[in-house]
Design a protein around this ligand. Structure first.
Ligand code: ASP
Length: 422
């Protein structure tokens, strides 16, 4: 019997989680870290290895297929607009959850002191990293997008937005020239794109073992999970609402993708996001599925998904909103409506600025805390469960990207049909 790949990956996830718990419990951690973890790292490296070249060629190819700059700005405007809307919606859901559930009220004074003592040095590290970011001034985010050396940008997944910027410029140059002059470049890029997608397929054959190894060696602190259970519950309920209500509703209203098959098909990408905690690592698979299995057009996936992986992080922003208010609650501070609206704004920007790599959302959380006048040291309260929540929020991040891609794809097709009929 041939088992479909997504089931195999799911089995890998479940067995990995079980092994992870057993290995911590029965002291197999050294064995796991010596003999299992490396396979997880190898798998993650392979995914990241294809992410940058794939983003580069698929974006250029996508822009080439759009045909002109006005097509690009139409699609770009629409995509960014929808991304910002979904992010703000996610933050609002997070705020409702945290205000209703009030997880801060469930942390006793002893627990608070214990957490602060245990994680204060980790928190300081994050605060320092965030301070370096902040020192650079308000327009630094914009400055950061424009690379001075594309080879350097390509060497670091945190700089993916720079790669996107270069690919956009390159694509615009390609469509601004007469087609006969750019044919060799376009043909090369198209064929390169095909090869990269094949590469993703080959790597995915290793996915069930890769996710097993990643999860088996996670060393999650389960005791922490129960101590901060109500906070985790608030985050997870919010994230769950996005996946089970918001995205299905968006798909139903604004796309032609049937909901159940959509979610069944993107499952491998979600499981990868879950086990790697990195939108960048899950991106190649998300692109391949959207294009080949969900039938979206290459020019949509090539543009919408890489951009989404780097700037659209609904899960991250929802988590940041919950975490900020949770910290305020634990310190006995009540934030009013104006301050909470301020969080909607800063969390939107912070999630756009967060890199598609593990833990990035937490560093950006420092900036939200500081601008809301909260003590950034409060980060110590939530660090213990961040790794686990990162898995869930990254899954939501890439689900949102695929949903928006489905919507843009549908809109673009309808527009084309309208033009043909006219
Ligand atoms: N790990 C997340 C991602 O890659 C970012 C974060 O929330 O830390 O999408």
């Amino acid at each position: 019997m041939k088992i479909a790949l997504h089931w195999k990956i799911l089995i890998g996830v479940i067995l990995g989680l079980i092994w992870g718990i057993v290995s911590v419990e029965y002291d197999y951690s050294v064995f796991t870290s010596n003999w299992i973890k490396p396979f997880g790292t190898i798998f993650m490296n392979m995914l990241k290895l294809v992410a940058v070249p794939l983003v580069m060629v698929s974006l250029i190819d996508g822009i080439g297929s759009l045909g002109n700059v006005s097509g690009l700005s139409r699609m770009g405007g629409k995509t960014i607009g929808i991304y910002i809307l979904t992010t703000m919606l996610a933050i609002s859901i997070g705020l409702v959850m945290v205000n209703l559930i009030r997880p801060g009220d469930f942390v006793s004074a002893e627990k608070k002191t214990e957490l602060q003592e245990k994680y204060s040095s980790d928190a300081k590290d994050k605060i320092e990293t965030a301070a370096k970011e902040k020192e650079k001034g308000p327009l630094n985010m914009l400055e950061n997008i424009v690379p001075d050396n594309i080879v350097r940008s390509m060497s670091d997944n945190k700089l993916m937005l720079q790669v996107i910027f270069f690919a956009l410029l390159f694509g615009i140059a390609v469509i601004s020239l007469p087609a006969d002059k750019t044919k060799p470049v376009r043909d090369f890029i198209r064929s390169f794109n095909e090869v990269m997608l094949k590469l993703v397929e080959l790597i995915m054959a290793f996915a069930p073992y890769g996710v097993f190894a990643l999860l088996a060696s996670m060393n999650a602190d389960l005791a922490m999970l129960s101590a901060l259970g109500v906070y985790c519950l608030a985050v997870l309920l919010g994230l769950g609402l996005m996946v089970t209500v918001v995205y299905p509703l968006m798909l139903k209203l604004f796309s032609n993708q049937p909901i159940v098959p959509f979610f069944r098909k993107i499952l491998p990408a979600q499981l990868l996001a879950f086990s790697t905690s990195s939108s960048a690592a899950a991106l190649p698979v998300n692109m391949k599925i959207c294009e080949e299995e969900l039938g979206m057009k290459e020019e949509t996936t090539g543009f919408v998904l890489p951009l989404g992986a780097t700037i659209n992080m609904d899960g991250t922003s929802l988590y940041q909103a919950v975490a900020a208010i949770f910290i305020a609650q634990t310190y006995g501070m009540e934030l009013g409506l104006t301050e909470q609206l301020g969080i909607v704004l800063t969390a939107t920007l912070a999630s756009i600025g967060a890199a598609p790599v593990p833990g990035a959302g937490m560093v950006m959380l420092v900036i939200i805390l500081q601008s809301a006048g909260l003590n950034a040291e409060g980060l110590a309260l939530i660090i213990g469960v961040d790794r686990i929540l990162d898995m869930f929020r990254t899954t939501v991040n890439i689900t949102s990207d695929a949903t928006v891609a489905a919507i843009i794809d549908h809109q673009e097709r309808k527009r084309e049909e309208g033009i043909h009929q006219a």
